[in-house]
Structure formats: structure tokens, C-alpha cells
Design a protein around this ligand. Structure first.
Ligand SMILES: C[S@@+](CC[C@H](N)C(=O)[O-])C[C@H]1O[C@@H](n2cnc3c(N)ncnc32)[C@H](O)[C@@H]1O
Length: 277
């Protein structure tokens, strides 16, 4: 993922990516390699539902097929939200919906965040990524069918290219929460990602009025992010012109990184009460 232009920046993403052994040492809910003849399969135990999620990583296929640190942080938070919603930093984003949460994940990679959201929240989750990533997402969804359905969740897999309005239109925009982890890295992707967020969160004026009339909550974007480069501030600067952005949670840095994963909430401007920010 590092390019020539990133060389002068401060943190190399590869050195901040933890392998399964590191996770095992650092976190009680650990990723462990399953030694059953399928070395790319890893399991993640979720305490809140006493279940295990299994995913396939294909590191040789590229960055979309690996688990990134912000995803791991978000999975832990989802697990603890399920155990104790009122004390969880995610309660600001997830509470208030009377029905099954409808969640869209952008840049899902292995799909584990969306799969864990479906299993822990009983949510109806659409996991998405670039078209060539979809088969692995489908594989991971199928591998977790039992844990998803037995916890009242549902997962749909779809291709969604950032900046492509037709992809979003096909999937629909009727979501309570948009989730993402580690999606701010290449600067040429900032604008397409923001374009998709603009379309998902702000939509059209008439739709916003309709939601208000029906007393429906606005769509919220929850993003877990590990800062690697100074240039990322350009993404946040642009995002803040469209959304109110606040920090829900900051994780302690792992021993390989200088900073911890930060979980942000983005909402259409003016919706967060000043006391909440
Ligand atoms: C660093 S990886 C993070 C993957 C996963 N969210 C995680 O945290 O493990 C970034 C993800 O964004 C996806 N991505 C990059 N550009 C994209 C685009 N233009 N449209 C949709 N997804 C994109 C990649 O395929 C990849 O899965």
C-alpha cells in the first residue's frame, strides 16, 4: 500500500499491521490461526455471544484481503457494546433504533467487521468492497452463516466502488449506520470516499425532510482509523465541511505503533448537540 509519495511520511502501514500472534498476546478476544489444514483461516472469539467468527485472509492477493488494525479495534468494541451497551463508546452511534439496525460497511476487506456487527447486534448488514474482493467477502460470509443467523443477523455482499453513485443507488441508502475501518490511506481515494459518504449521509433535501417527518434517525458514519500519515488531515478537513465529526473512542497504541486506533462519528452538520461534541 505504501507508494513513493508516502516515503516522507511518518508511519509505515505494514509495520503497524499485527499478525495473529501479536493479537493473541495483546487482546483477550484474540485472533488465532486454525491448524486444520487451512492455514489462511483464522478464528475470532466473541465473548458477548460466546461464539467464534472465522475468516479467510489471502495476504498474497493484496491489502484488501488482510485484516487491518482498525478492524480489530472495531470488532472488540462491537463485542463489548453487545455485553454492555450503555457504557460503550458505540452507544452514541447505535442506540435509539427501535428496529433491526440496517448497516452498510464500506471497504470491508475480509468482511469481518460487518460479519461481527451482524452477529453481535443482530443487524442487517451489507458488506461491500471493490468487485474483485467480493468473492472473498462471499466466502467469509458463507463460513459464518450459522453464527450470523443464530444471533438474528443477516449479511448481504455487494460491490460498491467509492465515488460510483450507481453502485450506491443499486444497494440503496436506507441505512442507520455506515461502518468502515482503515479506509483513509491513499490520498486519491479521499474524494471518492467523501462523495459516497455525501450521497449516503446527506442524500437529497426531500429525503431529509421525509426522515424528519417520520421521526427517523439520520444515517451516522462510524469510522475506525489508524493515523499513519500527516496528509490524512486533508481528508478530515474536507469531511468537516460536510459533517460534524467527533471522536467516540481512542484505543491505546499497540506496542508496534506510536498512535492508537481512533473511532470517529460523522453526522450531517448540526445534528450533534453542542454538549455532546
Ligand atoms: C486498508 S484496507 C482495510 C480493509 C478492512 N476494512 C480492514 O480494516 O481490515 C482498505 C479497503 O478499502 C477498499 N477500497 C479501496 N479503494 C476502494 C474504492 N475505490 N472503492 C471501494 N473500496 C475500496 C480496499 O479494497 C480495501 O479492502
Amino acid at each position: 500500500m505504501a507508494t513513493q509519495e508516502d516515503d516522507d511520511d511518518e508511519i509505515n502501514p505494514f509495520t503497524t499491521v499485527l499478525n495473529d500472534q501479536d493479537h493473541h498476546e495483546q487482546q483477550p478476544n484474540s485472533l488465532t490461526t486454525v491448524h486444520d489444514g487451512a492455514p489462511e483461516q483464522q478464528s475470532y472469539s466473541l465473548r458477548s455471544i460466546e461464539s467464534t467468527v472465522v475468516i479467510r485472509q489471502l495476504p498474497s492477493e493484496g491489502l484488501s484481503f488482510q485484516l487491518w488494525p482498525a478492524a480489530t479495534a472495531l470488532i472488540s468494541l462491537l463485542d463489548s457494546y453487545r455485553s454492555s451497551p450503555s457504557t460503550s463508546p458505540l452507544s452514541a452511534a447505535f442506540s435509539g433504533s427501535q428496529r433491526q439496525l440496517r448497516i452498510l460497511e464500506l471497504g470491508s476487506g475480509t468482511g469481518i467487521v460487518g460479519i461481527v456487527a451482524a452477529a453481535t447486534l443482530g443487524g442487517n448488514v451489507t458488506i461491500t468492497d471493490l468487485p474483485h474482493v467480493v468473492p472473498n467477502l462471499q466466502f467469509n460470509k458463507d463460513a459464518n452463516k450459522e453464527v450470523i443467523t443464530s444471533n438474528g443477523g443477516a449479511v448481504t455482499v455487494a460491490a460498491l466502488r467509492w465515488g460510483n453513485v450507481d453502485d450506491v443507488a443499486e444497494i440503496g441508502r436506507d441505512f442507520d449506520v455506515v461502518l468502515a475501518s482503515d479506509v483513509v490511506y491513499h490520498d486519491h481515494l479521499y474524494e471518492p470516499l467523501l462523495e459516497t459518504l455525501r450521497f449516503l449521509l446527506l442524500g437529497f433535501e426531500e429525503e431529509k425532510e421525509m426522515k424528519k417527518k417520520k421521526k427517523e434517525k439520520e444515517t451516522v458514519f462510524v469510522m475506525a482509523h489508524l493515523k499513519r500519515w500527516k496528509k490524512e488531515s486533508a481528508f478530515f478537513k474536507k469531511a468537516k465541511k460536510l459533517f460534524d465529526v467527533d471522536v467516540l473512542h481512542t484505543c491505546a497504541p499497540s506496542d508496534r505503533a506510536r498512535v492508537g486506533v481512533v473511532v470517529y462519528r460523522f453526522v450531517p452538520k448540526g445534528l450533534i448537540a453542542p454538549s455532546e461534541v
